[in-house]
Ligand binder design. Structure first.
Ligand code: SF4
Length: 365
């Protein structure tokens, strides 16, 4: 195996193997990876969009912090009896969404714990009420783990659950809960969460419904480099199976793991922080490995503005969102923020043209 041959293959948009991904991660110079990832990005995008970088205003609203899953990397969840346990009320949704609309945002990311009191009817009522109260709202909500949870509770198939939620107002399904799609890893960090096979099956059912989805990865904990690449290949293979009429995974976003105060840190000790250069390396390799996913997002929210800007020169074409009220990654030590002006400025500083987009990654301006 050699770096040049693997990169030539990537530049031809041929799928790389897990071993080739590992080889690049361990051997390729970062500048060369970034250059090739940019070439691939440009091949996958229309010529007129190559200097444009998308961004969006959205608001994260947590439905509840009560969760029975208790993942070991999560500082956010609480048991039902905890004095800090809460369930968001309709008055709170109305207030938070009004604030979002006031600053020009339309998309709400609705996430939270696996609350045993929430079933299919609860989510359907919530989504249809929000759609009624806020015409034009876009609901990017739940994730495969919740769909598996609701499916088991209701006795309905993943497809039936997704179809019912979609009819009640679900617009797109976030790729939450992917972490690393290898069960050895999941058994250590989130043993009560859905398996990697279940996560991927839910996404395939969502693709059959033509529901836009995102693919994610949280790395830098107990996984090996081989398992990171296995994760990317599983996403690519699932994307290959999507029906032609469906977008499938519309984007890929990788987040570094922050261990501060988590049970995982108590068990294994402090995890070394993922460096800026390792994040850029993973972004570039993701662009090379995921030859069938159009967009790669640089997660400035978890790595900061400067590293995010470098990612825009290393295969990423999207800068994500002004995330109003983010509580999950910030609870474990990631504390970055940008307002709309700073977001636009950050993209310009990096040498690109900022473009507001919608949740389907279509430019709006
Ligand atoms: S990451 Fe999500 S599923 Fe896991 S414990 Fe936290 S809230 Fe629950």
């Amino acid at each position: 195996m050699n770096t040049e041959k693997i990169l030539e293959k990537a530049l031809e948009l041929e799928p790389l193997t897990i071993e080739e991904g590992v080889f690049l991660f361990e051997n390729a110079p970062l500048a060369l990876l970034s250059f090739c990832a940019n070439e691939v990005k440009n091949k996958l995008r229309p010529a007129q969009d190559r200097k444009k970088v998308g961004w969006i205003i959205d608001r994260n609203i947590n439905l509840s912090n009560i969760c029975v899953t208790r993942c070991k990397f999560c500082n956010f969840s609480r048991s039902k009896n905890s004095p800090e346990a809460y369930v968001t009320t309709m008055e709170e949704y109305n207030q938070k969404i009004s604030e979002l609309f006031k600053i020009g945002g339309r998309q709400v990311l609705l996430q939270g714990g696996m609350n045993p009191d929430f079933g299919l009817d609860f989510y359907c009522n919530l989504f249809s009420n929000l759609k009624k109260n806020f015409p034009g709202i876009i609901l990017h909500a739940l994730g495969p783990a919740e769909i598996v949870f609701i499916s088991k509770k209701s006795g309905k198939s993943y497809y039936e659950v997704l179809e019912t939620l979609h009819k009640s107002g679900l617009d797109s399904l976030p790729g939450a809960g992917a972490e690393i799609l290898v069960d050895r890893v999941r058994k250590i960090i989130s043993p009560a969460k859905c398996s990697s096979k279940e996560w991927l099956e839910v996404m395939h059912e969502a693709h059959k419904l033509n529901l836009p989805t995102s693919a994610t990865m949280v790395f830098g904990h107990v996984e090996t480099i081989h398992e990171r690449m296995e994760h990317l290949v599983k996403l690519r293979e699932t994307q290959d199976k999507k029906p032609d009429y469906s977008e499938g995974f519309i984007t890929f976003i990788a987040w570094p793991f922050y261990s501060l105060g988590t049970r995982l840190e108590k068990e294994f000790g402090e995890f070394p922080k993922i460096s800026g250069s390792e994040y850029v390396r993973m972004t570039a390799i993701s662009r090379l490995m995921l030859n069938n996913i159009k967009n790669i997002q640089a997660s400035w929210l978890t790595v900061g503005k400067a590293v995010g800007q470098v990612c825009l020169h290393s295969g990423a074409n999207d800068f994500g969102s002004i995330m109003m009220e983010e509580h999950v990654v910030s609870a474990a030590g990631a504390n970055y923020s940008l307002d709309s002006n700073e977001m636009v400025q950050a993209i310009r500083e990096a040498g690109f043209e900022p473009k507001r987009r919608n949740s389907r990654y279509i430019f709006e301006e």
